[in-house]
Design a protein. Sequence first.
Lengths: 174, 187
Amino acid sequence: VNDQELWELIRRGDAVAFDGFYRENAPRVQAFLRQFLASSQAAEDVTQEIFTRLWQRPNGFMAERGTLRAYLLGIARKRAAEWWRKEGPPSPEAMGDPGVASAENASLFNDALSRLRPEQRMLLWLREVEGQSYSELAQILNVPVGTVRSRLFAAREQLRRLWLSQKSSRQEEP
Amino acid sequence: MKCEEAAEFVSALCEGELIPPHAAEHIGECGRCHALLNQYVQIGAELRRMASVEMPQAVTAGVWRRKPWSFSTIWRKGWETMRIPKLVFATLVLATLALGSGLVLKRVRAQSGGPIIMLTLTPEGGRAMPCAISLTGSKLNLCRGVQMIKSAFLEYDVQALATESGRVQLGVRSALVRSTNGRFTEV
């Protein structure tokens, strides 16, 4: 079934269809949220809340505006922002998982990524991992397509600089 | 064209886009831009590698069927009431009153005889929360909020129950709960 047909099934309360939708997409949403919330537990809770609400009140998706996954990731982005509004502004310590970030085996890339601004990390993740198109990103982030392009460049360049800086500082260590 | 000007087009190449001919020519001849392109490609690959490691193999089945979490079903305490002298509301007053349920009233502001009171509540270990309550209408006489404290959620309701001569009667209730594997338990 295509997105529109799947959405209609969900709207009609088809539990089998929704379960398939959930199993396919919940891991992706959870991994996405894990990058922006302060803990894995928070990412799991928010993911659960998103799917529970969607099952109870399936509305808002319009196939002509983008894919169902883009719609879902847009919801996840908003819920992550709401979570931080309730929690307070993110601190650099909270954004990364300190336990993971400081572990001996943590990669330099992970460290660099955790230092990126949350919105930049979100954008790169959606593009590189989720493969969202420019127009889908524009829909998810609620910005013009041209802005997506320039922000992607800025995020990519910032991450590159952070990564190189991590590498050089590691090399300088005795 | 300078490398700094070409950098955005290098990024666009990573996106699978076509770029202007003059930018393409520069990037084709410039070792520095080539290196940049390789680094951008590496970033994408590394992100996908990381995601492959972090992506949960499975999620808890059927959690979406659960009833919505409602604090109203797990209030640790019922309504507690207290009376605040209206005198306190005459001017901006700094006061500290324990409301119970782990909430402390830090600040009260209202005009004498005015229809609105402004409260500032501070839960133990949490941050201050503003709360506006109408003393005249039944629809706006409730202030409700939620705050995350450490890894638990605190939700509170404060309601103006009655105004008497010189006093306002407030109802307060709150719950502090933690989520574990999709189940909510009181802290």
